[in-house]
Design a protein around this ligand. Structure first.
Ligand SMILES: *Cc1c(COP(=O)(O)O)cnc(C)c1O
Length: 387
């Protein structure tokens, strides 16, 4: 892996963690469908004993993802939620976590409805405002949890500043980097201790697999997480690992087009008379534009916007597109449209949603790799039909 560190990002995407199979010369990483491995004598084996603990297709993926994030170590899980849960399982009862307020709905649900029962506490703050983050720390705070760009408001947190705050308060900084992907943003280089991904999204990129990962540089932290990966056991299967290895090979080229298309769609919506507001960090008026420019190499494929009118119009519009599929999730080659208040963020109480600007008329787009002109025409037609 040390050789891979010297290579460019696109080269690492294709080669890191992988080499032609020594047994056959197969260029693609073999999918090892096995749960166990033969031992020469009790406890004597080739480094593989049981597939929950260690698996060669998964090891290739873990090395690949670690290289992309510039991390020394990577661990893969059966879903993004399993990866996030594993990070929280490193904490103890009584510990406190500071989180950004408009975070992924499933993460909010996991924190408040599962881990709160085990004696952990969580504070939700506008992490675009570092003074609000600072105020939320207490002597019990062990972890800062950041998503940037955030979901679905596309707020930007200054990662370097936020990680410094965490460290000053003796806490670790974890970043859910799902929205940006390592092609656009690498939080470990900005001071984060942990990066997590739902690999279901941009890393997989084709809406055909559910997965998650955690990346870290610190060996002690990695060992604690590795222990939990094996002890709790939310590991991905070999076919899922193969699909993800196939996905990451094209990540750099896909992200380039996601960014181009999203900017074109965002600019078009900004000029649309039926649109009240557009949230996209690539637009100059976005409050996080300068920070995004400094810490990201592109602004990503996610947009949210407020349609004029009420909740029912927003739902009509989101149901009226032909190319954009009305669906949960994001980050695939195909464009998706969603209504966060009734879909992805339905598990967050309405007052909490409104506090972070997630109004009933908000629509979220995952802009795919189709022709931008077709996407714009599809949105225009659905907006006109929803009047
Ligand atoms: C989808 C998503 C998750 C959860 O991942 P799953 O793979 O669905 O379990 C977590 N964080 C973000 C930002 C996501 O988009």
């Amino acid at each position: 892996m040390s050789d891979d560190k010297e290579l460019g990002f696109a080269t690492k995407a294709i080669h890191a963690g992988q080499r032609p199979d020594p047994a056959t010369g197969a260029v693609m990483t073999p999918v090892y469908f096995t749960s166990t491995y033969v031992q020469q004598a009790p406890g004597v084996h080739k480094g593989y004993d049981y597939a929950r603990t260690v698996h060669p297709t998964r090891s290739a993926l873990e090395a690949n993802l670690a290289a992309l994030e510039g991390a020394r170590r990577g661990l893969c899980f059966s879903s993004g939620m399993a990866a996030i849960a594993t990070v929280v399982q490193t904490l103890r009862s009584g510990d406190h976590v500071v989180c950004c307020e408009d975070l992924y709905g499933g993460t909010y649900r996991l924190f408040t409805q599962v881990f709160q029962r085990f004696g952990l506490s969580f504070s939700f703050v506008d992490a675009a405002d570092l003074s609000a983050v600072e105020k939320a720390f207490s002597a019990q705070t062990k972890l800062l949890w950041i998503e940037t760009p955030s979901n679905p408001m596309l707020r930007i947190t200054d990662l370097r500043g936020a990680c410094q705050l965490a460290h000053r308060h003796g806490a670790l900084a974890a970043v859910d980097n799902t929205f940006a992907s390592p092609a656009l943003q690498r939080p470990l280089a900005l001071g984060a201790d942990l990066v997590v991904h739902s690999t279901t999204k941009y890393l997989g990129g084709h809406s055909d697999v559910v997965g998650g990962c955690v990346l870290a540089n610190d060996e002690g932290l990695y060992e604690r997480l590795k222990f939990l990966q094996n002890a709790v056991g939310a590991v991905p299967g070999p076919m899922d690992c193969f699909l993800l290895l196939r996905g990451t090979k094209t990540l750099p080229v896909r992200m380039e087009r996601h960014c181009q298309n999203a900017l074109a769609v965002a600019k078009h919506l900004l000029a649309h008379p039926e649109v009240e507001r557009v949230h996209y960090p690539g637009l100059a008026h976005h409050p996080g534009h300068e920070t995004a420019k400094a810490q990201m190499s592109g602004f990503g494929g996610m947009i949210s916007f407020e349609l004029k009118g009420d909740l029912s119009r927003a739902k009509r519009m989101a149901s009226g597109t032909k190319l954009f599929c009305l669906a949960e999730s994001l980050g695939g080659v195909e464009s998706l449209i969603g209504h966060p208040a009734t879909m992805t963020h339905g598990s967050i109480p309405r007052e909490q949603r409104l506090k972070s600007g997630l109004v009933d008329g908000l629509i979220r787009l995952s802009v795919g790799l189709e022709d931008a002109a077709d996407l714009v025409a599809d949105l225009d037609a659905a907006i006109a039909a929803s009047l």
